[in-house]
Structure formats: structure tokens, C-alpha cells
Design a protein around this ligand. Structure first.
Ligand SMILES: Cc1cc2nc3c(=O)[nH]c(=O)nc-3n(C[C@H](O)[C@H](O)[C@H](O)COP(=O)(O)O)c2cc1C
Length: 391
């Protein structure tokens, strides 16, 4: 039958070949529904009609043919396990679709699901379920089952069936598995402003680009002047999670909506809430956050060096305690205070006005003129980065 639509009239649903041809334009995955009868070898049936049906209650279903010899055996079994086959499992698929019922698992390695039904080795995922209803649907049945246990079992791509042939999935967009874009979005923001942030190392400043991710701040970029890069063993803080806790730098909270700020301030001990409200106001007025050198700061910097060399070298609790010991947002920026500055952060806003990244510079000399120049450089750079994101 020609695929061309130029020289034919619209086909009839009464023509089974035409029906199959048109419906064959829709690809399906390939599953094996397995069961372990009480009195014999495991059984399995290949289906392309498997589908997720309901979340509450958790139901799945498939359409067995009324002529299937396997179906009555599956129906008698008290449990099914749905195996989503991987793209390389066409041999398993062919064996189970064609071998006599009692021989389908010969040479097919499997392990029991919680119900005892087979999980086929190499399957992408399995869904252990209990049959709950069967409905008539022409020459097929609609079989529904309630899910009890389920898991992914490999990161392989699934097997697909399309126009009577097997194949696998070729993504048109290569996106990482990050459904809520928690990490992907900040990574993309950093990529968009990377060339602008690159000015900071040109000024001799070391720069970390961070983003709020859930209850943490995550380093998404690190830009060092060439001279600051250790020669023997390159190190990086990219991917490092830093606690986003009261007493840390509050750069991402300073421009947050009022309600969110109130919730943030409420996390402080009652006697330090006023101070935090003033600190947030200072960050907003100044347009940057400033941290002063102190014993806590020196220990924090040393911890970061260790983390850059080896992720996980400093435990979460130790990192939390170090962040809490830092000294941020002094009321006055006199020469004497500026001479103690060790770290300056400026926010980058997205096109909706949310602070989505912070450019944090450090590694400059603790001299008032040098610190003023660093403040000017990082705030100007953050401003240009904000404009480039469309805000
Ligand atoms: C890719 C593929 C998808 C299939 N999908 C279904 C299906 O959704 N429903 C069904 O009844 N049979 C389906 N079959 C056919 C069954 O696997 C099986 O071959 C058929 O039921 C005949 O075997 P039986 O009589 O031993 O059950 C499919 C076969 C293949 C190869």
C-alpha cells in the first residue's frame, strides 16, 4: 500500500489492512506482561497496547486480543508484572511473542518481583500489579490492573514499535532529566551571561557564579584569572552545594517577594530577626552583599579549597556551621571596614525581575581602593548580565 495520499480517496475503517496501516503510524513501546502461575513455568505476553491509566488509584492497562491463548492464563494468575523492554531486547521480544507458552522464558534471565512474577533482566522498568477489571472492547479486551510496586531498572532507551518495525527513541531536544528545570535553568542562565562574567577575571578577580536551587545555593560557574588556576591539579567548585541558611549571605532573599522574605526572616532566632531585616535592606540599597574577613571566613575559604579539590571533603554540618560564622553586611562602609572585605556578591535578574544568579568575587587585596574597584566591577558586570537576560 502506498504511503502517498495524492492519488487515493480517504480509506475505510472496514478495511482491516487500511486500519492497521493508518494506526501503525502511531508508535508504541513494547512490554512483556509476565505472571508466575502456581503450577508451572512463568508465562509472558508481548503487548504494544500497554498504557498508564490512572494516578489515583494507580491503574495501568493493556488490550489483549480475544483470540490470544496466553490471555486466559494471565487472567487466572493473581498478579502481573509489566516489563518495559529496552531497545536492545528485540530477541527477548521475539522469543516471548512466538515461543510455545511453557518455553517462553527458556534462556531469558529474570528475577521475581515482590508478587513473584518475572522481572526480565535488562528491562528499563517494571510495574508489579494486581488485575482489577476486564472490559469487552470488540475483538479485544480492556484489562486493568492496580499497581502495587514499580521501579526503573536501567537507563537504557526503551524499545519502540512503529510501522511494523522495531526501533528506539532519538531525542529532538537533548535535555537532561530535570523536569522542574531546577538545575537546567541556572546552567542556561550562566551560559547566557558567561562572556559578560568573563570580564571579572580580566580585572584580576576570582568569581563564583551561584544560583538558588531548592534550599541550597549551587555553584554553576567558576571564573578565575589564569594566574589563580593551580597548575598541577585543576580544581573546581562547580556543582558544589552551599547551605542557604540564616546567617549566610542573603543576596537571593533581598529582592524576594515580601511573603518569602518574611518566611526567611522567621527562620532566624527572634533576637536576630531585626538585624536580618536591616541586612536585607542594606543589600537592596547598596545593590550588593559584602562579607568581611574573620576567623570564620578564613576557615570557610579553606573549606572551599578542600571542596574544590574533592567534592564531599567537607560534610554538610561543618559547612552549615561555617556559613553561620560568617560576618556580612556591616552598617558602615568606611575605609577601615572596606579593608576587611573578602567577598562581594551582586545579583543578576531574569526578565521577570527575579534574582536568578549571584556573581561573587573574592581573591582581591584587602585595601579600600581595591575593594571599591571590585565593587564597581562586579555590580557593573551584574547589571550588564541582567540586561542581557532581558530585564
Ligand atoms: C510488538 C508487539 C506488540 C503486540 N501487542 C499486542 C497487544 O497489544 N495485544 C495483543 O493481544 N497482542 C499483542 N501482540 C501479540 C502477542 O504478543 C502474541 O503474539 C499474540 O497474543 C499471539 O500469541 P498467543 O496466542 O500465544 O497469546 C503483540 C506482538 C508484538 C510483537
Amino acid at each position: 500500500m502506498s504511503l502517498s495520499t495524492a492519488h487515493r480517496t480517504v480509506g475505510s475503517a472496514d478495511d482491516p489492512a487500511w486500519f492497521r496501516h493508518v494506526l501503525g503510524q502511531y508508535p508504541t513501546g513494547v512490554c512483556v506482561i509476565t505472571a508466575q502461575p502456581e503450577d508451572g513455568p512463568p508465562i509472558g505476553m508481548v503487548v504494544g497496547s500497554f498504557s498508564s491509566v490512572s494516578l489515583n488509584p494507580p491503574l495501568v492497562g493493556f488490550y489483549p486480543s480475544v483470540t490470544s491463548e496466553t490471555w486466559p492464563h494471565l487472567q487466572r494468575a493473581g498478579n502481573w508484572c509489566v516489563n518495559i523492554l529496552a531497545a536492545h531486547q528485540t530477541d527477548v521480544c521475539r522469543r516471548i511473542a512466538t515461543a510455545p507458552l511453557a518455553e517462553r522464558f527458556d534462556g531469558v534471565p529474570w528475577r521475581p518481583a515482590p508478587s513473584g512474577a518475572p522481572i526480565i533482566d535488562g528491562a528499563v522498568a517494571w510495574i508489579d500489579c494486581v488485575p482489577v477489571a476486564v472490559h469487552d472492547a470488540g475483538d479485544h479486551k480492556i484489562a486493568l490492573a492496580e499497581v502495587r510496586h514499580l521501579d526503573t531498572a536501567s537507563t537504557e532507551l526503551p524499545l519502540l514499535f512503529f510501522r511494523s518495525g522495531y526501533g528506539s527513541f532519538a531525542p529532538l531536544t537533548l535535555t537532561a532529566y530535570d523536569p522542574e528545570m531546577r538545575l537546567t535553568r541556572p546552567l542556561r542562565h550562566f551560559e547566557l551571561i558567561r562572556s559578560i562574567a568573563q570580564e571579572l577575571p580580566d580585572h584580576g578577580l576570582r568569581c563564583l557564579v551561584t544560583a538558588p536551587v531548592s534550599d541550597s545555593v549551587v555553584v554553576v560557574g567558576q571564573l578565575d584569572p589564569p594566574s589563580a588556576t593551580p597548575s598541577a591539579q585543576p580544581t573546581t567548585l562547580v556543582g558544589q552545594r552551599l547551605p542557604f541558611r540564616p546567617h549566610g549571605p542573603s543576596i537571593f532573599e533581598a529582592w524576594a517577594p515580601e511573603r518569602e522574605q518574611e518566611a526567611w526572616v522567621a527562620r532566624f532566632a527572634p533576637d536576630s530577626q531585626e538585624a536580618e531585616i536591616r541586612a536585607l535592606a542594606r543589600i537592596r540599597e547598596r545593590g550588593f552583599s559584602i562579607g568581611l574577613g574573620s576567623e570564620g571566613h578564613r576557615r570557610f575559604a579553606a573549606a572551599l579549597e578542600r571542596l574544590a579539590a574533592e567534592p564531599g571533603a567537607v560534610g554538610n554540618e561543618e559547612l552549615d556551621a561555617l556559613v553561620a560564622s560568617l560576618d556580612y553586611e556591616p552598617p558602615e562602609l568606611s575605609d577601615e571596614v572596606l579593608a576587611q572585605a573578602r567577598v562581594i556578591s551582586a545579583p543578576v535578574f531574569d526578565n521577570e525581575g527575579n534574582p536568578v544568579l549571584a556573581l561573587t568575587v573574592f581573591g582581591f587585596k584587602a585595601r579600600p581602593d581595591v575593594v571599591r574597584a571590585a565593587i564597581a566591577a562586579v555590580t557593573a558586570c551584574a547589571g550588564r548580565a541582567t540586561s542581557s537576560l532581558g530585564s
